[in-house]
Design a protein around this ligand. Sequence first.
Ligand SMILES: [Zn+2]
Length: 144
Amino acid sequence: MTDPLLIPCAHCAGLNRIPATRLGDSPRCGHCKSSILPATPFDLDEANFAKQLRGDLPLLVDVWADWCGPCKSFAPTYQQAAQQLQGRCRLGKLDSEQNRQLAGQLGIRSIPTLILFKNGVEAARQSGALPLPQLLAWLRSQGI
Ligand SMILES: [Zn+2]
């Protein structure tokens, strides 16, 4: 029996304790009853970012903007990645136009940019969109 994982809810950012064996069972949040680990990317912003960085699962962040063509063409790929990685890695999206200060703090120079956080610390960064197989291979090389 291993310790349960601490995971913020994608919807309300409240922390939940989930046994590793239950990660694939679409666990619900004890605070808001939403799906803690949805199969779709969830929105990050300046208000919830620090809370969403917490916990035991890695967090992948897609920094994008509405005016960015490559960001929009990458969205379906990112959606598919969220399905495939459900329960292993959390996938968030950060709108750099709506959250300029945070994007500045993250040192975003071009979009799309993907940043992988582990234990709240940046572990890897990728500038530019990737096709799904390359995206999954990049994450595999990071132990995901
Ligand atoms: Zn919740």
